[in-house]
Structure formats: C-alpha cells, structure tokens
Write a protein that binds this ligand. Structure first.
Ligand code: 5GP
Ligand code: ZN
Length: 115
C-alpha cells in the first residue's frame, strides 16, 4: 500500500533499525521503545490486522512466534522473559494499520494485559 508506514519500511523507502528479514517477514526496532527490548515483527505484505489475513499472509504470520523466540535469544531476554502481542483495532489501541507484533522484554513487564 502506497501510504502505509510499515509497507514503506518493508520496501526500504524509509529507514528502520532492522534486526531480521526473510522473504515474507521483517523485524525492526520500535521508534518509541516502551522497554529495553522493543521490536516490531511484520509480514512484508500489507494486511491491516489479524482480521484481514489472506492464506499467504497467515502462513507467514504463523512463523512469527518462532522468529520472535530467535530474536528474544539474540537480544538476551530469552531467560529473563519477554512478551509477544498484537494490537488489533481501536479498543486495542492499534495506531499503525499494518499487522505487527510487539516483542517486549528487558524489564519486568507487569502482570496486567490491559488497564
Ligand atoms: P500499535 O500502537 O499500532 O500497536 O503499534 C505501533 C508501533 O509502531 C508503536 O509502538 C510505535 O512506536 C511504532 N512506530 C510508529 N511509527 C514508527 C516508525 O516510523 N518507525 C518505527 N520503527 N516504529 C514506529
Ligand atoms: Zn502496509
């Protein structure tokens, strides 16, 4: 999508601190980190949220937990613990409407999943 921020990052039209890339997935550092480790993992193909998966994007997205675990190990938070989550839609606070998963770690993240 022409005007989608994460599509632009996936196309390398705008820069991001990349930490992982394969044919279908990309991971990069969040620009406003909320934890010492805060990465975003996205399918390269545009998809607004988990409610809009195509079979192809679903297949790529299914590998995200495995990629997240590899990245958590590389970032040194495998043992201390980390969280993988995706905000979908307004009540979840989604602000970028290209499907993405947050990988957070490096500090105690708290027990609450919502306010
Ligand atoms: P959401 O609120 O949609 O779940 O998460 C969007 C995330 O994208 C936020 O954590 C925000 O900091 C991050 N973000 C927004 N703009 C940019 C950007 O231009 N580059 C990077 N790397 N992250 C961004
Ligand atoms: Zn997009």
């Amino acid at each position: 999508m022409d005007d989608c921020l994460f599509c632009k990052i996936a196309r390398k039209d705008i820069p991001a601190a990349l930490v992982y890339e394969d044919d279908h997935l990309l991971a990069f550092k969040d620009i406003f980190p909320q934890a010492p480790v805060h990465l975003l993992i996205i399918p390269k193909a545009h998809c607004e949220s988990l409610g809009d998966l195509t079979p192809e994007i679903a297949a790529a997205t299914a590998r995200i937990p495995q990629v997240a675990a590899k990245l958590a190990a590389e970032q040194g938070v495998q043992a201390s613990g980390w969280r993988l989550l995706s905000n979908n839609g307004p009540d979840a606070g989604q602000s970028v409407f290209h499907l993405h998963f947050h990988l957070l770690g490096g500090k105690p993240l708290g027990a609450k999943l919502c306010v």
